[in-house]
Design a protein around this ligand. Structure first.
Ligand SMILES: Cc1cc2nc3c(=O)[nH]c(=O)nc-3n(C[C@H](O)[C@H](O)[C@H](O)COP(=O)(O)OP(=O)(O)OC[C@H]3O[C@@H](n4cnc5c(N)ncnc54)[C@H](O)[C@@H]3O)c2cc1C
Length: 416
């Protein structure tokens, strides 16, 4: 009996987790990645809540811990760099998680641990999807064609294959959070330490510096602006010098380490800019096609937990399919479209409360986190001081508790 075949588009955390779990439960897997080679850029992501258990079941907790960013805590600093407050940092609910890792290092750990039988194809992208009763047919820009039992779209927030399949007006509800973030790796200097240093200036502007385990420093410039005031323009079509020049204009007069960050961004090879956009969808499945990770429900760094949800979704997808499609021997049993659709419905049902919980960013958070005026900034400091006072400290720590659930993970038997 031949194994069922899954095509997965996107080789980051969600796609690689799905590949890992589907292969371990008896699928042949082809992963298609648009980038010409494995992408190892990106900054801190963390493994929290139920994702910790998924990572344990993969046997990868020690590997992720060994790759940790070396960050020990988070401090809010003033313009001269002195510390004005320290965020709760201990235990799994701290701003710096127990399993805090660079996105690229995390994805690399998953890639290196893929079982035999997963083919990863780089520099290709899906151009058409035809979902029929007996198979989903996928063609690619490199003229590949697959007649698969399942297509998993794990292409991140700006997924193009999602647009091919979920193209009715109400299928996708993208919500612009009004915040742009520029991430990049810059040279480490003697003033950098092992803490996440976070500076908030007037004009809705923030500067962040975080240690990494590679002898460099990860910097973020994050600012609030309405879409039509955002001088980076269309975030998908910019050249680097124009981006850095626009950032320099916006950050004029901010001080602290801003000039150093801008100089680093001018030469770094991993500048990554994103206008934070939540993705909300009433359904993450259609026929034999499933969406996972940011392509399905991007929560953005404001919500946190994107990497945890991405990792968990690979497991829940494979478990839901195994429960519907296979008998106890994990041999091919029933890959009819009705069975696949039932499995994908179970996947959607299990993931949805977890995602809803993370996506519900209270209104006013952006205004609070990115104060425009001196009065707003002073109010922010006063509220920080209150939240970080001893009686309310544990409440503040809970803000970082994401991807948490009392529900057990769906059971999954791994093929031997
Ligand atoms: C290079 C990079 C840097 C990032 N840096 C940060 C960061 O600093 N901080 C942070 O919080 N989050 C960052 N993210 C986002 C973070 O990885 C996700 O929020 C989270 O981990 C969920 O991952 P995902 O696998 O769903 O999506 P992503 O991590 O966004 O991965 C999507 C993958 O799909 C590929 N892809 C996209 N379109 C296509 C296509 N049409 N065909 C084939 N492949 C496609 C992309 O190249 C990428 O490898 C970054 C993502 C990337 C890709």
């Amino acid at each position: 009996m031949s194994a069922p075949h899954a095509v997965i588009s996107g080789a980051s955390i969600a796609g690689l987790s799905a590949a890992w779990w589907l292969r371990r439960t008896g699928w042949d897997v082809t992963v298609i990645e648009r980038a010409p080679a494995f992408r190892d850029g990106g900054q801190n992501v963390d493994v929290r809540g139920v994702a910790h258990e998924v990572l344990e079941r993969m046997g990868l907790v020690d590997a992720v811990r060994a790759a940790n960013t070396t960050e020990t805590g988070t401090v809010l600093v003033t313009q001269d760099g002195s510390v004005r407050a320290e965020l709760p940092g201990d235990g799994p609910d701290g701003a710096t998680a127990e399993l805090e890792v660079l996105r690229g290092d995390f994805a690399r750990i998953l890639l290196d641990d893929l079982p035999d039988g997963v083919e990863v194809v780089y520099g290709d992208t899906i151009t058409s999807v035809t979902d029929r009763d007996d198979a989903v047919t996928v063609t690619t820009s490199a003229r590949r064609r697959f007649d698969a039992d399942l297509l998993v779209v794990a292409e991140g927030v700006r997924s193009s294959t999602r647009s091919l399949v979920f193209n009715a007006p109400d299928d996708v509800d993208p919500r612009d959070l009004g915040v742009t973030m520029a991430f990049g790796t810059i040279p480490r200097t003697a003033s950098d330490d092992d803490r996440w240093r976070w500076y908030t200036a007037v004009g809705g502007r923030q500067v962040h510096l975080r240690p990494d385990p590679h002898g460099t420093t990860r910097a973020i410039l994050a600012y609030a602006a309405e879409g039509d005031q955002d001088d980076l323009g269309d975030v998908d079509s910019r050249d680097r010098s124009a981006v850095v020049a626009a950032l320099a204009r916006r950050y004029e007069g901010v001080g602290w380490e801003t000039d150093r960050v801008l100089a680093g961004f001018a030469t770094t090879d991993d500048l990554y800019v994103d206008r934070l956009t939540q993705i909300r969808m009433p359904s993450w499945r259609r026929g034999r096609v499933a969406l996972v990770g940011d392509a399905a429900w991007c929560v953005t760094p404001m919500g946190g937990g994107g990497a945890s949800l991405a990792l968990t979704s690979g497991y829940v997808l494979a478990a839901s399919l195994a429960a519907q499609l296979f008998d106890d021997t994990a041999a091919r049993d029933d890959t009819s479209s009705a069975s696949v659709e039932r499995a994908l419905a179970a996947f959607d049902d299990w993931m949805r409360p977890l995602v809803d919980d993370v996506q519900g960013i209270p209104s006013g958070v952006v205004r609070f986190a990115y104060p425009r005026s001196r009065v707003g900034l002073a109010a922010r400091w006063a509220i920080d001081a209150l939240l970080l006072s001893t009686p309310l400290r544990s409440l503040a720590a809970r803000v970082t508790r994401v991807a948490d659930t009392d529900r057990p993970l769906p059971p999954l038997t791994v093929a031997s």
